[in-house]
Structure formats: structure tokens, C-alpha cells
Design a binder for this molecule. Sequence first.
Ligand SMILES: Cc1ncc(COP(=O)(O)O)c(C=O)c1O
Length: 423
Amino acid sequence: MDFSDLIYGYEKKVPTQNGFKRYINFDNAASTPPFKGVMDHLLEEALWYSSIHRGSGFKSLHSTAQYESARQIVAEFIGADLSHDIIIFTKNTTDSLNKLSHYLSVLPGEIVVFTKLEHHSNELPWLKAKSLCIGLKDGVLDLGELERVLRVNRGRIKLLAVSGASNVTGYMPPIDTLAEMAHQAGAKIVVDGAQLVPHRPVKIYSSNDPRHLDFLAFSGHKMYAPFGTGVLVGPREIFNKKSPSQVGGGTVKGIGPAGIIWANPPETEEAGSPNVLGALALAKASQILQGIGWDMLIRHETSLLYAALNKIQKIPKINIYGIPTRRQIGVISFNIQGCDHANVAKYLAEKKGIGVRSGCFCARSYVQTLLKLNPCQLQANQEKLIQGIEWQTPGMVRISFGCYNNMKEVDCLVEALQEFCDS
Ligand SMILES: Cc1ncc(COP(=O)(O)O)c(C=O)c1O
């Protein structure tokens, strides 16, 4: 299987210390390149682009219709029922989760539960409220601890916030089970779908299904539509309850002696001029992903993952983090003994034209746990940050697959890592 032909810029060569080389991108968990189909669609739609909603010209009417139909396409992609749920176009997952934290006013005595796996975007917004963090056991989410926390705090948990897939290890918590557990405890669930949505079919199910996801957030730039749009999905009634998180053009129906009358969601949460082409790109990408077929895509990405795991773990000096499980998207984080993570990433880029990521991946809590940093080390690290001392923070090297990567690229990476270790 080879999906490289779907990608815009796949053949592009980049400068390296060994001359120009075709770029191999293993940093898809951060951002994916665009699908060619998305680019074609944007170029076509740009011909018809104009201001939306209150514009009266032909192009405005066309663009408005396309923007609203993008909402419908995204709703179908994740199985949302627009009579109950709304699709809000945001900037990205971070924006979506911050918006949600604005709407879910957590009252004194109420609790938000999140997990050790979370990206800062699904952790920091919840720290404003009283929150509890569920840890890991044997490398996976500790469902026993979650069950206990939900039982002891029954009726007081407002929200369970969990990643659909970790951007550090690729581990996918069982979101269906988590949704059932949250609902039984009277809580709602938000799934950070930034990593999951581009790699697995995600359905939010109807609101009377115990597996129902109350809220889902994801980003276009991680699903081959890097044009500045993300999505927040949730029940309309929640977004009716409060004034918008950002105010401005498009958010009001009227202003008069009686005050402000807010527009209806989703308009209230799309303040200012919407990113029309971004929304169209995201909707188109969702159609292309479905067109590839999830079975094919999962089979392909999984075969890359296991081939890479198999080969990389044979390199003696490499430590891979997390426990490879069947519930894992194509993400592998590792370190080479005695080598700084940033130097490994630099070597791959400068010598081989291979793009990876190194550091903490905005998931410091999880990364620090996997690195087994003790409280004294954490304290010392923080002191350096406070004092503004420049240093290389502990971290890892991460490779992450997109649907268009292939075995030849995996072999290039493994060869490069072997060379680095031998050098
Ligand atoms: C699991 C996870 N959640 C949230 C985010 C934030 O996504 P964005 O930068 O698109 O807001 C990321 C980005 O890497 C992520 O991996």
C-alpha cells in the first residue's frame, strides 16, 4: 500500500549536509502535510471565495453555503446529529478545549478528572477548576483508580477529560469504556481527538448511548488540512447557556437599552470573520480519509508501526518508552543511551533529511513519568527554569507516522539511527 501520491509536496527535496534529499516526514503527530485533494479543492473554491453570512453577492452566497455544508460534512464524519449537537469551527484543538472550559463553568465543589497522558491543551484548561489526575498502571490508564475516583466523588465530577490517543506513546485509552464509566458517575466526557481522529474512525454516538462522547475536539492540521481550522463538537444546549468566550462581530443579534442579545451557537463561538477556506479544507480532508477507507489506513499505519518497533528495538542503545500495545497509533518515542534527544533529531534532519520531533511534546507530566524523573530532579529542573538558565531539558525523540509513509522510509530511519549509534 502506498498513499504517498495523495500528498502535496511529497517529492520535495530539502538541503542536508549530504546534498539535497527527499524529505522524509516522521513528525505527523505535530502536523501533517496537505492532501493534494485538499489543495485542489481550495484552489477551486478560492475562485468563488467571498465574505460569508451577511454578504449578498453571488460569491458570498456560494461561500456561505460551502461553509455551512462543511459543518454538515464534519458532522457526518464523526456521526454527530446536528439537531442535538453543534459543530464549532475553531483555530485548533487547543482553542476548542479552551472554549469548552469557558462553557463548562465548574462550580465550587465540582471536579474535573483528567489523566496523566494528557497534552497540555487538555490539562491546563482544567487546572482552573478543582481537578484530579488519574495515573497509569503497567503503562496503561489505571481504570481501577478511575473507577474509585468516580465512585468516591459520585455526583461531583463535572467532566472526564481524556486523550483519544497519546501524542507521546500512541496509546489509545478505551474511550467507549471511559464514556460509560463517566456517564454512570453522572459526569460528561470530552475526548481530545487531536491524535485519534486522523488515524481511527471516531463516532460520538447518540446521546442516549452510554458510549456517547459529550464533547470532541480535533485539528485540521493533523489530518492533512493545515489551514488553521479545528473543531469542537458538543450539545447545543451547553453553548446556549453562557455569553461567548470571545466577543465581537458575528456574536450578537442586537444591542439596545435591554443589553446585548447574543446570536445562536455556533455563530457565538466563531467571533470575527470565519476561516472559510480552513473549514472547507478540513471537511475535504475528512472525506479523503474516509475515501481511503479506515481498514486500509489502519492496516497500513499499523504495519509501519510494528515494522519500525521491531527494527528500532533491535538497535542495542535505544530505549523505547511506553508498552507497545494493540491499542496504539503510529507513534514511537525513544532515547539513545548517553545521547541528547535534540542531537539525535538534529542528526536525522541535517544528515538524512528526516524530520522528527524531540523534547516533551507539550505533555511534560507523561514524559517526566516515562523518564522516571524523581522529585529532586524535577525540583532542580524547575529551579533552572525559574533562574532562566539555558539548558537542554530532559526529553525524548518521537517519530510519528502518517498514512503516506512507507516501509522504505522506515528502513532509511532505522539505518540512520544505526549509523548514529555506531558513530
Ligand atoms: C494529544 C494532543 N492534544 C492536543 C494537541 C494540540 O493541538 P493543536 O496544536 O492543534 O491545538 C496536540 C498537538 O500536538 C496533541 O497531540
